[in-house]
Design a binder for this molecule. Sequence first.
Ligand SMILES: Cc1ncc(COP(=O)(O)O)c(C=O)c1O
Length: 472
Amino acid sequence: MPLDRRLELSPEEMRALGHRVVDLVVEHFSTLAEQPVAASASRAQMEARLREPPPDAPRGWEATVDRVAREVFAPMSHPAHPRFFAYVPGPGNFVGAMADALAAAFNPFAGAWMVAPGPAQVELVTVDWLRALCGLPEAAGGAFVSGGSMANLTALAVARHRRLGEDFGRAVIYCSDQTHSSVERGARVLGFRADQLRKLPVDGGYRLRMDALQGGVAEDAARGLVPFCVVANAGTTNTGAVDPMPAIAGLCRAHGMWMHVDGAYGAAAALTEAGRRALRGMEEADSISIDAHKWLFQPFECGCVLVRDGGALKDTFRLVPEYLRDSDRATEEVNFRDWGVQLTRGFRALKLWMTVQVFGMDALRDAVAWGVRLAEAAEQELRASQAWEVVTPAQLGIVTFRHRRPGLDDAGMDDLQRRMTAALAEDGFALLSTTVLDGRTVLRLCTINPRTTEDDVRETLRRLERFGRELA
Ligand SMILES: Cc1ncc(COP(=O)(O)O)c(C=O)c1O
């Protein structure tokens, strides 16, 4: 019997489905500011709505798309919402979303030049833009990965391969106690023991203390251990702090250590003059993580790992089994499968490439500068009111602060900040997250979305203050 259901729609149906999807997306982007920033649901509610065996009979695309809109995408927070200030927002843009749709539809195999030279060249070019942005030399190379976590893991794998080879039991990695947890997870995945990662103290600005780093390296070397890698932050997740990269680079050079810069969040600030000043020393790194799905306005997943010695990625990851020999051809052909962990990989570069083509780098530069300015405006607003204590000043689009409430003890104050955040989320107007600095719970605004207005920030702080008053 011939197969009569080939998982295909007619051209007319494809168009109709495509138009419906695009209408939904356009509606989403053009009404974001009027929508609640978050809608939550319990596990029980979601089970009731979505738990089912897979249907054997077709339900058709109309009903399915409607259901996605109603039951899948309604109960969620919107990371691209102008008042999503929590964690690191995901201020994706429409062009990037359409690029993802194109990449999914054409589905190039972005692991081998032979089968997708166009996508491979776009990836080479786009990586090179990020390489230049971060100040690495032309000989540097890189690849798109899922995000900052994978970029950090990949960089650590390259560092280990280059500096240690197979024998890494005595090696030590250094970073500040403000470093993103993905560094620790990456080290763990790579087989480093917990005692091989030194989380060092920070100064009053939450930057890695050089005396602690120098002391740690000297002490470990004296004990016969192998100081091997320093992970420097180019914008911590908590406060946007930048570690003293020129000094770290000097120390790494002096001791033959690898310098990795986690710029997953902050490296994009190098688009602006002020950002370049703040990130001085990043260009001396051996490797850098930068996430285009954060401050370069792409849909998730769009991270990038850059390595000063471009050949190091291939040296670390390349394996050519017999079934891939056909595509292992001329040396100028780049097979990105050799430059990281993934063999089959999607075409992540397209979204950033298309965004830059459509809007131009000046627009991205202005958008990054706007995010920096908004956090500064928030800081000014906070300083103008007795209700607030600024805990860390605006740095790379992040400001942290705390509601003042005389008479409450430390635990009560911590609890109040968390309850204010929950009340704001419940209200639906804006979303913030808390973090902990020096044992104290603080509120944190991350303002990297170019859709956000100064009024959005002002009104968010006004509501927060009201919740603080009411809850105390
Ligand atoms: C500084 C930093 N590094 C790494 C990561 C991890 O990135 P991802 O969530 O893309 O894996 C983050 C995420 O917020 C981050 O802020």
